[in-house]
Ligand binder design. Sequence first.
Ligand code: PDD
Length: 304
Amino acid sequence: MQNTASVDGIVTSLEDARVPVLDRGFLYGDSVYEVFRTYQGVPFLFDEHWLRLENSAGLIYMTLPMSSQDLLERVRETVVASGAAAEKLDVYVRYAVTRGVGPIDLDPAASANHSVVIIVKAIDSWNPEFYTSGVTLAVPSVRRNPGNALSPNIKGGNYLNNVLGVIQAKQLGADDCLLVNDAGFVTEASNSNVFFAVDGVLVTPSQHASNLQGLTKLTVHRVCQLAGLNCVEQSVDVPTVRQANECFLTSATREVMAVRSLRLENGEVLKFPAGGGPLTQQVAQLYKDYVAEYVNDNRHRALF
Ligand code: PDD
């Protein structure tokens, strides 16, 4: 397959795709986006991603220019053009809606047409060690944006807060950051949610702590409930993290990924079992089973 993009319906190879320099997504990060992947061609949680895009758009006073059905058709066209459909290869799909081209002016009133960009590429190939052993995290000095300044539920084109987190985490020798908020509570990693196992209970930071309502996180809640595992959202402070004996990340592209170490801000490094402890492994399997079931129930929606 060839990585492919669709910019307002014009399909090209990903490298050849262009957006105008006056696009507000480029000028101001004035855009919203989603990322999902397919399994056996089935767009996993397509409807839920669309609802989250609608929510992001609402939070930035943007009216979406197309329906979810039209978007899905455009995604299908792009997947077919990429060759992935013919080869029956699963893909990563990122779609973004920007407020389009306009004068260089923060007020979006004069911008004409929204732009819809779809990127279809091969599934992310994470370093295999991230699964066999786990990722390493570090708490950077940069704080997660407060929710009343820039809501973490705006999944939008401005990820500078998260970019700074990653840069600082790399400077500290880690693979990714674990962002804390101004009050010192854990929020999330740069582009995934985080869970800890504390005394046999799975704990993930609540919405109040500034984090995106991850769909993988919600799926983990669902599968844990069905399996009778105790999984809660609450404030997570550093003493709680110190008590944890397992830690993992969740996102559409990472699925359930074990964390093998976490460097706290004071330099202390917490270690977690390589490859994930028993709860992490159980949740990873439950997630896989859920995906398989979803694929079975949604074959009629497959893109190929
Ligand atoms: N990121 N938190 C942030 C800041 C994210 O950007 C993401 C998703 C998540 C996890 O959400 P979900 O489980 O719905 O993927 C949490 C996507 C994968 C990305 O930007 O590539």
